[in-house]
Design a protein around this ligand. Structure first.
Ligand code: NI
Length: 251
């Protein structure tokens, strides 16, 4: 059994193929999916999807690329969504200095705000971080919450530091790309008990489907790649990653 710990079934790209994608996921052993929000409307949509499906859970949050358009400085919409029973994490939240160089202070403000919300709600966090390793690390070090660095984009050295803080590393389609030398090294060296499987669909589709819309059914290619890199049989990889996801998200 596999848990897709990060997918945006709330994205428009899935609109017309949603039923087929979920059915195909179940046929391919993906028994639970965490639909992740990135702003108000995508978070509300994630919650709606979760409440109408046994297989779907929701994460709610404001992504660093979306802070610029946020109108509710207190994030009351986010706090209100936490009453919903199938909300199991705050995310995705974090810092992105790759796409957004000019609003770092605002990103940090909303990031810290949401870490406080997660602490008060006693929920794990799903972190998006790009070109912002040190700021992310320093802020997370101050807050000490359970969570995952989704689509882990940094060095082995940073992986070790985040793991010391108790974080999991989200591993997705990038692992199957030819040029993913650094991530392959991370997966090779880091104990499997710190890894989670994710698609980040509709993005980051693994080989051999790179370029198409990503689907949870493709998680098997990531499991196989982890198995090959770590020289651990894929059944063991499946079992450990499944348990890791259940431990973190309490599902
Ligand atoms: Ni995402």
């Amino acid at each position: 059994m596999i848990i897709d710990t990060h997918i945006h079934l709330n994205d428009r790209k899935y609109q017309d193929i949603l039923e087929e994608v979920i059915k195909e996921a179940l046929e391919n052993d993906v028994e639970r999916m965490i639909v992740v929000g990135y702003d108000r409307s995508s978070s509300i949509k994630a919650v709606k999807m979760a409440s109408s499906s046994d297989f779907i859970y929701a994460a709610v949050g404001l992504h660093p690329s979306d802070v610029i358009k946020e109108e509710d400085f207190d994030l009351n919409w986010l706090k209100n969504l936490l009453r919903e029973p199938k909300v199991i994490a705050i995310g995705e939240i974090g810092l992105d200095y790759y796409w957004n160089k000019n609003n770092r202070d605002l990103q940090i403000t909303y990031f810290k705000k949401q870490l406080e919300i997660a602490r008060n709600a006693n929920l794990p966090i799903i972190i998006h971080s790009r070109d912002a390793a040190m700021d992310t690390y320093e802020i997370l070090k101050e807050h000490s919450l359970p969570g995952v660095l989704h689509c882990f984009p940094y060095s082995l050295e940073m992986a070790r530091e985040f793991i010391k803080l108790g974080f999991y590393l989200g591993i997705g389609g990038v692992l199957t790309f030819k040029n993913s030398r650094v991530l392959k090294e991370v997966v090779k060296e880091i104990d499997i008990k710190h890894l989670l499987s994710e698609t980040d669909g509709p993005y980051l589709t693994p080989e051999p489907y790179r370029g198409k819309i990503n689907r949870p059914a493709y998680l098997k290619y990531i499991i196989d790649e982890i198995s090959e890199i770590k020289k651990i049989d894929s059944e063991t990889v499946l079992t450990v990653l499944y348990q890791n996801a259940r431990n973190l998200f309490r599902i």
